[in-house]
Design a binder for this molecule. Structure first.
Ligand SMILES: [Zn+2]
Length: 425
């Protein structure tokens, strides 16, 4: 087994732990009951739930457990953000819930985003490995696989009944509990965190989870504002939390540990952001920027910054495009010839395409599969023995999948390899 694959397996082992953390008399953090976590806050006569797991079946089991142990029912739901893995189980509470609270996105989705849903869904399926086997997936990155991927229920959403559109901070008294909801744009534009001042507990949603985050998600989407994300982490740090309850993975406990972890996490993201901006301003190309930017030595090997979900490289590319757009400044690229024309031109310089196929196989035998993929693309674009080129590319993608620690990248490669094999039939 390749070292990267083993690392991802070890990461999965250490993170997929089902555990109920009793944080205080009122607050329980349910970890590993679904793909995402949920937080139970016990009011005087009812229950408040922060996020609701990813599937209706899982949420029904949770409901059964919490009703049995508390003798109360869930009357209030709070969503930390709109991602479906945090809301998918919400309808399991529909006959008891009286209020569903969420923040609206601070920067609305671009108009017509709904019209690109087909391709976003296809890419999301590759990223999350929905069509892959357990062995191929290893982990869905941020926890156990979603219920919908393993026949354990489906998305079943409740629509929010209270939506705060512009508020930075909302203080609510709900059934004897004081909760502060604070806007924190980052992983999403509608993200909020919940501060429980009486217990000094902070529920941070997905602006912190213990691995390198998806500053860019390869399934595609609008630019995630990395500078705002850094500011939101600074905002979270300004609260004297004794327990930090994230939307994925285990809680972080103890004021000093929380401060150190969040500071390093924030510094790492900020460092990648500011280094990338510096390179942009020096006129460096995107590839030169990727080669130049690196995490500071003191942060490089921290376990909660491992590239098991997002990667530093994808983050750099996203920031580069976020600030400059698609044009890299090289006038050659202003009006490029179609890739088919370019590929035919290059391959026309070679007397026999067999030379290229031989080279691809040689590269594969040396483990240089990325370059092999790029040569396969030349053949595919030039429409030369396309089926053979697709088969070779799918082999290289399978190899590349094993050599990376990012679960998202792994799934995307394997799912794409299967699609290519299907096309090559
Ligand atoms: Zn999440």
């Amino acid at each position: 087994m390749h070292e990267a694959e083993q690392k991802l397996k070890d990461f999965a082992q250490s993170t997929i732990i089902k555990k109920k953390y009793r944080i205080s008399d009122r607050i329980t953090h349910f970890v590993g009951y679904g793909h995402s976590n949920t937080i139970l806050v016990e009011g005087d006569t009812s229950l408040i739930l922060i996020d609701s797991l990813d599937s209706n079946e899982r949420a029904k089991r949770l409901r059964h457990e919490i009703e049995a142990t508390t003798g109360k029912v869930v009357k209030t739901l709070i969503f930390t953000h709109g991602h479906p893995d945090h809301r998918g189980g919400s309808a399991a509470f529909q006959d008891t819930v009286e209020e569903v609270i969420a923040f609206a996105p601070r920067r609305p989705l671009l108009k017509h985003t709904d019209r690109i849903q087909d391709v976003l869904n296809r890419r999301a399926s590759r990223q999350f490995g929905y069509s892959l086997t357990e062995e191929e997936v290893i982990t869905q990155g941020l926890g156990m696989r979603e219920g919908r991927a393993v026949k354990d229920g489906n998305y079943d959403f409740l629509v929010p009944t209270t939506i705060y559109r512009n508020e930075e901070r909302v203080v609510r008294e709900i059934d004897g509990v004081t909760l502060e909801l604070i806007s924190a744009v980052g992983e999403t534009d509608d993200q909020l965190f919940v501060w429980l001042p009486d217990e000094k507990v902070l529920c941070c949603g997905d602006n912190f989870y213990a691995c390198w985050p998806n500053l860019y998600a390869i399934r595609g989407g609008q630019y995630r504002d990395v500078a705002a994300w850094v500011d939101s982490l600074t905002k979270i740090l300004s609260f004297p939390s004794v327990a930090l309850l994230p939307g994925h993975f285990q809680p972080i406990l103890g004021e000093d540990t929380i401060r150190e972890t969040l500071t390093n996490y924030r510094d790492a993201i900020e460092s990648v952001l500011t280094q990338t901006i510096e390179c942009i301003n020096q006129g460096k190309s995107e590839d030169e920027t990727v080669r130049s930017v690196a995490l500071p030595e003191r942060l490089r090997d921290l376990p909660y910054l491992g590239e098991y979900y997002g990667t530093v490289q994808w983050s750099i590319r996203s920031i580069y495009h976020g600030y400059l757009g698609w044009f890299d400044g090289n006038p050659t690229n202003l009006n490029r010839v179609p890739s088919e024309v370019y590929a035919k031109e290059i391959l026309g310089l070679i007397s026999d395409p067999q030379i290229v196929f031989d080279r691809i196989e040689r590269l594969q035998s040396k483990g240089e599969d990325q370059l092999a993929c790029e040569l396969c693309d030349l053949l595919i674009h030039a429409e030369i023995d396309v089926k053979r080129a697709k088969k070779l590319k799918s082999e290289s993608l399978m190899t590349l999948a094993q050599r990376q620690t990012s679960s998202n990248g792994r799934h995307y490669d394997i799912a794409s390899a299967y699609e290519l094999l299907e096309e090559a039939k």
